[in-house]
Design a protein around this ligand. Structure first.
Ligand code: ZN
Length: 377
């Protein structure tokens, strides 16, 4: 699997869905660079669920997760299929609206921001961008009973202090600075606790929750404030899985479980799972991707020696493939406590690099090859 999810892939997949009568596809507007944004809908129940993926263009893992969910629905929509009854329960009790790529221009360029360089998840108040307006209007129109905001997180997080790398993280965003548990937030917490209990069989001790500091410029916080239970999903990382195949599977499993739960036993008012929610460990920045031990790096004609050098693998899209470039952030290498893998460089010649005030990028071909060979499970 190559984690890049192109606009073409998205359009082809939506074309494939059109051949199933259960899905309704509608254009709902255009991005800032005039790419169409499409809405995928299924179900005829009276419990509206709204999901959007890839509002950050370089976060395609949840888009794969949503694609697997839609494939599961499509494949099982025939009466002879194994999960036909599950699908029928979902179809008759809830109504799901999905935007597969909210930021198609950012997705094409593999960048977080949209075509104008704006982070859409900081645009919930100004609504300065076409994509933000589309999402906001859709929320107004549908008044969803549940909203799912789908993202990727970096490889740096541990599930709690000293924990394993976080394979998936959730957040029930706050609705105010005091982080009160409003009725909408309580419902989001309930679903997160349920999903977390379900996922625990696959990835025990690798499920975490994101920090809940309030930011009114984020959509999750804004929708929660408006009274919509909203769940932030962050596809995480399992060591070795840099293409995030496992993370995409976990997103798929979470969403499938969530839809089943919402269609059979949605939480009633007065639900309070705050305690269980707080027991989910919080994300902590602990991991670098790579630890180079006893390494010599040539930086501007000077050879520097490091006993320990923590390196991040920064993603870069070249010809629709993602490459991982070993990079040291000059500002933050002290924050890491461990790494996903370690290379002892005692017997290596000084590594070539380029650098500026912010980062050192290691250019050594032999090391790069070694790294690439460690990036698939
Ligand atoms: Zn994101």
């Amino acid at each position: 699997m190559n984690k890049y999810f192109s606009n073409n892939q998205s359009i082809q997949f939506i074309e494939f869905l059109k051949s199933f009568s259960d899905f309704k596809i509608s254009p709902i507007g255009y991005s800032e660079n005039h790419s169409p944004i499409l809405l995928i809908q299924f179900g005829r129940g009276d419990y509206p669920v709204l999901m959007w993926s890839q509002m950050h263009g370089n976060e395609p893992t949840t888009t794969y997760g949503v694609k697997y969910l839609l494939e599961w629905i499509a494949v099982n929509s025939l009466s002879s299929s194994e999960n036909y009854r599950d699908i029928q329960t979902i179809m008759s009790n809830i109504q799901v609206s999905i935007i597969l790529q909210l930021n198609p221009d950012g997705a094409l360029l593999y960048q977080r921001e949209n075509f104008n360089g704006i982070d859409l998840n900081r645009d919930a108040q100004s609504l300065s961008q076409a994509e933000s307006q589309i999402l906001y209007q859709l929320h107004q129109q549908q008044a969803p009973a549940l909203a799912c905001n789908l993202h990727d997180q970096r490889t740096v997080f541990a599930a709690g202090v000293g924990g394993y790398p976080a394979a998936i993280s959730f957040l029930a965003p706050a609705a105010d600075k005091q982080r009160n548990v409003t009725p909408a937030r309580a419902i989001a917490m309930h679903y997160i606790v349920e999903m977390s209990n379900h996922l625990n069989q696959f990835v025990p001790e690798r499920i975490s929750r994101y920090s809940d500091s309030f930011n009114r410029h984020c959509f999750g916080d804004t929708f929660t404030k408006l009274g919509t239970p909203t769940i932030l999903f962050e596809a995480g990382f399992v060591p070795g899985d840099y293409q995030r195949y496992t993370a995409a599977q976990l997103i798929y499993r979470s969403l499938k479980f969530l839809l089943k739960t919402a269609s059979t036993s949605p939480p009633t008012s007065g639900t309070d799972d705050t305690e269980q929610y707080r027991l989910i460990p919080e994300n902590k920045v602990e991991y670098a991707d790579l630890l180079l031990k006893n390494v010599k790096v040539k930086i501007n004609d000077e050879v520097r020696h490091y006993q320990k050098l923590y390196v991040l693998l920064k993603e870069q899209m070249i010809n629709q493939k993602i490459f991982f470039l070993p990079t040291v952030d000059q500002s933050d290498d002290f924050v890491y406590k461990k790494a996903h893998f370690t290379i002892d460089c005692s017997h290596r010649n000084p590594l070539e690099s380029i650098s500026n005030q912010n980062f050192i990028q290691i250019l050594d071909a032999d090391l790069s090859q070694f790294i690439q060979s460690h990036l698939t499970v």
